[in-house]
Design a protein around this ligand. Structure first.
Ligand code: FAD
Length: 346
């Protein structure tokens, strides 16, 4: 106790002997529009309540995306992540395919290990970059033979950063062609990519929407969106999807942000706008990872709860092989671990 008193008086000495007794002056309420505070609060915009998380409300369907690990340490991180998120019983989990098909073997190893060692439904991402139709079909056939039933079919980007996609002379020219090819290989479930903020190479928003429709008409049953932060943009996009005759789910792709710098670079590379409010939200957390993580959960939770309030009941999470933020957001959405799936020790 005496230590504590000493500590307090020492801090007073350091902070100076001013009128506030060593305290920082309290922040004053700013003058806003000259209106008394309560009147201003009660005349501002009204926001309807967010949906209740009640025991009888069906929790949303979740899917999780992982990337294939490059090193032994990253492999362990990935599997710890898979084991933690497995308890939430996702509808499927997907494994990406590096740009230019650079991770083909690692993607394959991760997907087949998921088949062998877990009860999860794996989806293998597959692209048509730098490969003939025959080679892509062979990869797909092998997946089918190994028990994989779901493919995320993508055109892909070239391995050279910023380079333009050139179809292989004997390859699939785009994702719609790839979907048709996969349907000829086996009756896979197929998901494709959608772009609420328009794919950077698309001639127009309308042309991009027509392309999405072609992919679904070719046999895909679900679209997963590129990451986005602005809920309004996504809601306007699914409005236009419906108006264009699309009825398959266009599942929002949510990226909980834990490292703002790399999230910003990633968003830039794929043409996703980073709103000013988001930049402000993370400003000052550069050297404070704990606060940054909490802000990350809060931002993504707000995003999914708003989507949930607007009727969306399916979410795809870009986990970046880190489970904690996604797990917390799933909890907020009302998803609880299945007691029948063994929970790994933290
Ligand atoms: C959920 C998701 C997962 C992803 N996973 C991976 C991954 O694992 N590996 C990877 O390398 N990349 C991945 N990507 C990125 C993706 O490969 C790139 O965005 C790529 O540039 C486009 O792929 P796509 O399948 O959307 O292509 P497409 O649907 O073929 O479209 C590509 C562009 O061409 C245009 N286009 C297509 N067909 C026509 C046509 N007939 N006439 C005119 N224009 C046309 C489209 O409008 C669009 O601008 C992913 C993206 C998303 C959203």
């Amino acid at each position: 106790m005496s230590d504590l008193k000493d500590d307090i008086s020492a801090r007073r000495d350091v902070s100076g002997d001013d009128e506030a007794g060593g305290r920082l002056p309290a922040r004053a309420r700013p003058e806003r529009s000259g209106m008394p505070a309560l009147e201003r609060w009660l005349t501002g915009p009204r926001v309807a309540g967010l949906p209740e998380v009640s025991a009888d409300r069906t929790p949303p369907l979740l899917s999780f995306e992982f990337f294939p690990p490059r090193t032994e340490a990253l492999e362990q991180q990935l599997w710890a992540c898979i084991r933690r998120l497995e308890t939430l019983r996702p509808s499927f989990v997907s494994v990406t395919y590096g740009a230019g098909g650079s991770t083909q073997a690692r993607t394959h190893d991760t997907v087949t290990r998921l088949v062998r060692e877990t009860a999860l439904v794996p989806a293998a991402h597959l692209t048509c970059v730098d490969a003939s139709r025959g080679a892509v079909d062979d990869v797909a056939r092998r997946y089918w033979d190994e028990g994989v039933r779901h493919i995320v079919a993508l055109r892909g980007d070239p391995s050279v950063k910023g380079g333009r996609f050139e179809a292989h002379a004997e390859g699939y020219a785009n994702a719609a062609e790839l979907v048709s090819g996969l349907r000829r290989v086996a009756p896979f479930e197929i998901s494709v990519a959608a772009y609420p903020e328009v794919h950077p190479e698309a001639a127009s928003a309308r042309a991009d929407l027509d392309n999405l429709k072609r992919k679904l008409d070719a046999g895909a049953t679900r679209a997963i969106t590129q990451l986005f932060f602005d809920v309004e943009t996504y809601l306007r996009f699914i409005d236009s999807c419906l108006a264009a005759g699309i009825t398959a789910p266009v599942v929002p792709g949510i990226m909980p942000v834990s490292n703002f710098g790399s999230a910003r670079r990633f968003a830039e590379a794929c043409g996703t706008r980073m709103p000013d409010w988001l930049v402000r939200m993370f400003a000052g957390t550069e050297t404070d990872p704990q606060t940054r993580h909490m802000v990350g959960v809060a931002v993504a939770a707000e995003q999914v709860r708003l989507l949930q309030a607007n009727g969306v009941d399916e979410f795809h999470f870009y986990t970046l092989n880190r489970p904690d933020l996604t797990y917390a957001i799933a909890h907020i959405l009302g998803v609880r671990p299945d007691p029948q799936v063994e929970t790994p020790k933290a």
